[in-house]
Design a protein around this ligand. Sequence first.
Ligand code: ADP
Length: 477
Amino acid sequence: MENPLFIQKAYINGTFVEGTNSFEVINPSTNQSIGSLPDLTIEDCRQAIEDAHEAWKSWRNTPVGERCALVRKIFELTKEYKDALAEIMTLESGKPLAESKGEIDYGNAFVEWFAEEGKRAYGENIPSLNGLTRLSTIKQSVGVVGAITPWNFPLAMISRKMAPALVAGCTMVLKPASQTPFTAIALAKIAEMAGIPKGVFSVITSKDSKGIGHELATNPLVRKITFTGSTEVGRTLMEQAASTIKRVSFELGGNAPFLVFDDADLDAAVKGAVAGKFRNAGQTCVSINRFYVQDSIYDAFAEKLKQAVNQLKIGDGFEEGVQVGPLINKAAIEKVTDHVQDAVSKGARILIGGKVITDNFFAPTVLVDMPLTAKISTEETFGPICALFRFSTEEEGIALANDTPFGLAAYFYSENIHRCQRVAEALEAGMVGINTGLISNASAPFGGIKASGIGREGSKYGLDEYLEIKYLCYGQK
Ligand code: ADP
């Protein structure tokens, strides 16, 4: 492949390295190999951590203006190399090219934001109650950060961790998902071109997620773990991180509800539903998983949604106009198929779709008359399925939406301002979309409550995740 960012090596301490073993990366659209990357070991990871610790000693003392300027350079180069990056992303994730480009803009917006916000890591002066001391705070970098990221947003999930960490003065060792590691290596190349000093940002490619994850979560030189992925793995990492009392930021699974009230603008709700459901073929942590539609508008909404779903173009991500690509692999297809069959066996009806088209492609689907006992009620489906449950009163809708251990995103549609205020406050989620199906951007705090995570990414809060507050008490003479 003629692509300046396509590099079949890992990146440690400022050097592109090979390993003794390697692993193949598969294009989910064709099931063909794209290339291979080093299958690095726990020892390699340990070395990268030690290098990152060494690099931290000078990076944390590099003036913040300089750090921000270098991160700004990553932003500029990412823009310049957008097409090359998008090609790699679509090849390894299968997402439509237009979505890959959209993700690059989205992820890169975090880089731009933090290159600016990094300069505003303000401390405070605190009035002394007895006047005998002077009190103030400063914010300092946490230290070496271990980052672990998933395959569904091969770039953005890294950008929104790396950019705040680096401007804060932290160094980072990243383990990207083994399904989509080439985008991470491409970002490492961009970081190198930007002039980020060696050891400040390293990328460990490996099939041994457990071993590398354990090393990052237990090595005493790592002061923080930031992770996006499943709740199950988050729980394991939290247990492991407990041994050295590391700081953690976790963005975990969701099971987002989408409520449509009888006073909603139905056309707008359908538009929001399609945007919030079919992006990345439903494989995002904020994807709508459960639709709750009020009795009186249930049939009308279902019919309009069916018509909108019927218009979606499915295919290889490189084909012009494709809106829905393949799922990431066979396991994903099996899970989605199981969720649909389970719902149907318990009484749901398929309005459209409901089956595999070919290989990793699943037809965009609308299910109606969903029973509350269906697996989709409690498990994240991660696929292009709209499952429509019914509710009658506002209280019932809210109770159903909150009846989950998760609390990442929630969405609802209503034209009544008072209802909007009530429902927004009552929903148990870290983020609520009110009359919109798309909520994420760099200036807003992204994150969950309950089993969906700890901490926030993006916004001024996303910077604090990589800073310690130090309190200074000056005695007076
Ligand atoms: P997903 O369903 O998105 O693959 P996972 O939580 O399984 O969610 O994976 C997210 C990231 O966590 C990936 O980079 C994966 O390789 C990594 N991972 C998987 N298992 C572990 C583990 N036991 N410890 C650390 N990282 C892991």
